[in-house]
Design a protein around this ligand. Sequence first.
Ligand code: AMP
Ligand code: ZN
Length: 140
Amino acid sequence: MIDPACIFCKIAAGQIPSAKILADEHAFAFMDIGPLAEGHLLLIPRQHYVTLDQMPSEQAAGLLRHLPALCRALKQAIGCEGLNVLQNNGRVAHQVVQHVHFHLIPRTSGDAFGFNWPADKYPAGRMEQLAAAIVAALKE
Ligand code: AMP
Ligand code: ZN
């Protein structure tokens, strides 16, 4: 399904111009217009899904199969030392455009991009309790 009001659906359909990197039945990749680093790309499904959990696995597989080649191409073309693949899923997670997209952000030492990564510790038993709940939810 395509959402005629969605900017990324319009980009994938060629109705809004973009600096295209690749396109196939499932996927479209293009340059992010507001780069966090030079070469910042977006990989999106051609179909309209707001969040990743809404995607059928075949669609997700068809989309994500492009990630390794895109990473290799960025390393070669940009000369970055590494990169972050980032998927903001939901407004609370800083998703601004409401169409699934994966950011590929080239990284070089000393660059401006960073994370707040507040790593914590679980109280005894809590991690196992949560793991069991997630495993049970996965089986539903
Ligand atoms: P997010 O915060 O994960 O929703 O990120 C949305 C991304 O889409 C931002 O990095 C924007 O710079 C990018 N973006 C928005 N509009 C366009 C556009 N027309 N062409 C390319 N990138 C865009
Ligand atoms: Zn869309």
